[in-house]
Design a protein around this ligand. Structure first.
Ligand code: AKG
Length: 288
């Protein structure tokens, strides 16, 4: 028998395959929204307006979120979102970016873009996605307050194709909702023609072997990462790609920087697969 969670997962995966995105309405409630807003408030006091058209001259962005607003971890590892990500990305995928975007009145539309080519990788679209993005609405996304805008189906488009205004759709959703979309989908922040702010948080995830957009293990040092779950620590980069050792630090598992008692593969009775594929001078400690 197929349970409703499996059915719902299949539905969202189907939507993502066809349209490039799916929307999950009201996944979090006002308690968590208020808690996150409270933690973000000191960083959204007007000191850091956007520095270019992409960040938005009438917007504020807060980076290094897990070093500033710990409750954001609850959406980064939300139990309804993780299975979607697990289905779309290889095991060991990473948190590539996690930022708050407060779009103020007067903001103009952001340039249309995709999220999974920040490293200028030499692969042209159409291609498989390298990442998955989510945007959580912490305020209602309305027709005039800067709601995210997407181009449905553009994950299949060739690199050169430009969207017409008629092909751009606003993501209207109540606070607490989230849109999940492929890293290859064209989208942008909308213009804010209202008199109120539009706050969102965008956790973005990438293939385990890619460089993260934000350097997460510097943004969230071991002493701070220690407060989070093992899954969030792994998403930040306190992890290695298993089987193998990519991501090691000084020849050992990066989790040792958080927990000195963390047991390496050998102590756990595991082989160190993959070592044979490297020449001897490049082999790290088998204890990673
Ligand atoms: O603020 C939004 O709605 C979208 C922002 C975005 O796509 C980005 O900055 O990458």
């Amino acid at each position: 028998m197929v349970d409703s969670a499996t059915e719902s997962l299949a539905h969202h995966l189907q939507r993502i395959e066809v349209d490039g995105f799916t929307i999950l309405p009201k996944l979090i409630g006002t308690d968590l929204i208020d808690q996150i807003k409270q933690e973000l408030a000191p960083f959204l006091a007007g000191q850091h307006p956007g520095r270019n058209d992409f960040e938005g001259f009438h917007s504020e962005r807060v980076y290094a979120l897990l070093n500033k607003a710990p409750s954001v971890a609850k959406i980064i590892e939300h139990p309804t979102i993780l299975p979607i990500l697990d289905a779309l990305l290889p095991p060991g995928f990473l948190l590539s970016a996690a930022l708050a975007i407060d779009v103020h009145p007067g903001e103009t539309p952001q340039p249309l873009h995709i999220d999974d080519n920040a490293g200028n990788l030499p692969y042209r679209r159409p291609r498989a996605h390298f990442g998955i993005s989510t945007i959580w609405a912490l305020d209602d996304f309305t027709a005039d307050n800067g709601a995210t805008e997407i181009v449905a189906g553009s994950h299949r488009w060739p690199e050169e194709r430009q969207a017409t205004e008629a092909e751009i759709t606003k993501v209207l959703m109540p606070a607490g909702s989230v849109i999940v979309f492929l890293g290859t989908l064209l989208h942008r922040g909308g213009a804010n023609r209202s008199s109120t702010d539009r706050l969102a948080i965008t956790p973005q995830y990438c293939m385990p072997g890619l460089r993260q957009i934000e350097n997460m293990t510097l943004a969230v040092p071991p002493s701070v990462a220690a407060q989070y779950s093992s899954r969030v620590q792994a998403l930040l980069g306190y992890s290695t790609i298993d089987p193998g050792f990519m991501g090691y630090v000084d020849g050992v598992h990066p989790k040792r920087l958080i927990d000195t008692n963390y047991q390496g593969r050998r102590a756990r009775g595991l082989e160190s697969p993959g070592l044979a594929t490297l020449s001897t001078e490049h082999q790290p400690s088998a204890n990673a």
